[in-house]
Ligand binder design. Structure first.
Ligand SMILES: Cc1ncc(CNC=O)c(N)n1
Length: 251
């Protein structure tokens, strides 16, 4: 444990050096700085990759996906999104209370509008796959993730921390499903609509805008809030891995 901690500290030291180098380069020849979020994604690359290149996603991309796994994921995700809507609303409320800049509110509201379509889409998609949504019971990983969302809705959780979580949750899906639509992917035709829902370019751009808004807040946050935001990002990535793992139950 002690050894791990030392390694972590060394890593942190290296991060600082890298960032300083980057900053000095950026002032000399206008190279763009990595934002706080991109720095964290780089630092935790293996966990980020576990969340966005999970075997379930790889199986969608290479066309070998087990369709009963896909159905299970669909039913569970519908439950998750129903819990995600009030979480998104709580981030919106925090934005309205805490930020000086109404652009945040607009970006978050844009995300909520997409969630409205998404709920309708789940109903349609479920009937296409013969999944009865009302009969589905949330599995343990889903219950855990939804209660984590609930904990983030508390007014004790800083806006910047909640905004970072919002970005991470959306970005994992965007990155994962865009990967299934890349050139050379062998995604089955009947799964492309699902991949397109999160993998499309407009949603990709929206995620980039959300990332910029979160970076702006993280940059002006205290060290304490930044630490909390990083921890929440890691927790989201772990929960996403567990969520994908659920699709494999019983196969
Ligand atoms: C488990 C999980 N994570 C992220 C998303 C994407 N956000 C809203 O749709 C999702 N649908 N499900």
């Amino acid at each position: 444990m002690l050894h791990e901690r030392e390694e972590e500290e060394e890593e942190e030291e290296m991060d600082k050096q890298q960032q300083q180098q980057q900053e000095s380069r950026s002032s000399s020849n206008k190279k763009v700085d990595l934002g706080v979020i991109a720095t964290w994604v780089k630092k935790h690359a293996s966990l980020y990759e576990a969340a966005t290149r999970h075997p379930f996603i790889e199986s969608i991309r290479n066309g070998t996906v087990d369709l009963s796994s896909f159905r299970r994921w669909l039913g569970q995700d519908n439950i998750f999104v129903r819990a995600f809507v009030p979480f998104a609303a709580s981030v919106l409320v925090k934005a309205c209370n805490e930020t000086d800049d109404s652009s945040d509110m607009e970006v978050i509201l844009g995300g909520m509008a997409a969630l409205n379509d998404e709920l309708a889409w789940f109903k349609k998609e479920a009937s296409k796959w013969g999944v009865t949504l009302s009969a589905i019971v949330p599995l343990a990983a889903n219950v855990g993730y939804c209660s984590f969302l609930k904990s983030l809705m508390s007014s004790e959780v800083e806006y910047t921390v909640a905004l970072t979580a919002f970005w991470a949750i959306e970005a994992v899906y965007q990155d994962s499903f865009a990967y299934c639509l890349e050139e050379g992917a062998e995604t089955l035709e009947e799964l492309k609509e699902t991949c397109y829902r999160w993998g499309n370019d407009d949603f990709g751009e929206w995620c980039c805008t959300l990332e910029e808004r979160a970076n702006r807040r993280l940059q002006m946050a205290s060290e304490d809030v930044r630490k909390k935001a990083e921890a929440v990002l890691l927790r989201v990535l772990e929960l996403e891995v567990e969520f994908w793992d659920m699709s494999r139950v019983g196969i």
